[in-house]
Design a protein around this ligand. Structure first.
Ligand code: HEM
Length: 211
């Protein structure tokens, strides 16, 4: 869980930073999108490096879900009888719900997101438009519901990340004694920065700051 989670967090940090290029205009954003397709050249032919990144991401997502399911099964087998005491445990109730159902919402969001901004299938600017045109078309003010969906999905990503980071710190044995509070704050801080960074672009397009 932790290794695949770390790969996905690194991707999110890079992706969020790259998205902010939209504030520097169409050329800056399109140049960045084209860099993604040509990175590694001339050592590697065009799109090879991007394809490797995409395969790593895809495998990381599948293994992340597979680990989650097998860990949940293992936990169920280890304790088939419910605890008599209803004490609030670390990995129960709220956390299990956010991680499980939040994870499913995030997966559905990523599928929509790829059809929207990567393939243009559900985007008014379509496949022929530039990446910047697709971005501006997707979050246009009259399509406020798309931005609203992105806001909900990104908040889910934030909650998922906060709990995931915190669990990873605990798994690694880092979160004990004096490091408990600072690490809890780190998990919340990293997630908040990512959420805010991701949300600025769709909201800026919706209110006309990016056009
Ligand atoms: C909310 C603000 C976001 C914006 C404005 C945004 C924008 C974009 C754009 C423009 C692309 C296409 C890049 C291109 O084809 O050149 C893209 C691809 C992608 N985005 Fe996002 N994104 C956002 C959030 C997210 C989140 C939260 C996730 C994951 C949970 C995500 C996952 C992906 C993935 C997996 C790709 C495909 C990458 C690839 O082709 O290798 N995005 N995004």
């Amino acid at each position: 869980m932790a290794v695949t989670g770390a790969i996905l967090v690194l991707f999110l940090v890079g992706h969020m930073t790259g998205n902010l290029k939209a504030f520097f205009g169409a050329d800056s954003f399109n140049e960045y999108a084209s860099f993604l397709r040509t990175m590694g050249e001339p050592l590697l032919p065009g799109r090879v490096a991007l394809t490797i990144v995409e395969v790593v991401l895809g495998v990381a997502i599948i293994l992340h879900m597979w680990s989650a399911i097998s860990l949940a099964r293992r936990a169920g087998k280890a304790r088939p009888v419910r605890y008599a005491a209803r004490r609030k445990a670390q990995a129960s109730g709220y956390a299990v719900h956010t991680m499980r159902y939040g994870g499913v919402v995030i997966l559905l969001f990523v599928i929509y997101h790829l059809l929207d901004l990567t393939f243009g299938t559900v985007n008014p600017a379509g496949w022929d438009g530039t990446p910047y045109e697709r971005l501006v078309a997707s979050f246009a003010p009259e399509r406020w519901w798309v931005t609203a969906f992105y806001v909900v999905a990104v908040l889910m990503v934030g909650l998922h990340l906060r709990h995931g980071l915190w669990s990873a710190f605990q798994t690694l044995g880092l979160a004990s004694g004096r490091s408990y509070r600072p690490l809890k704050l780190t998990a919340a801080g990293v997630s908040a920065v990512l959420v805010l960074g991701f949300l600025t672009v769709p909201v800026a397009v919706m209110i006309g700051v990016i056009k």
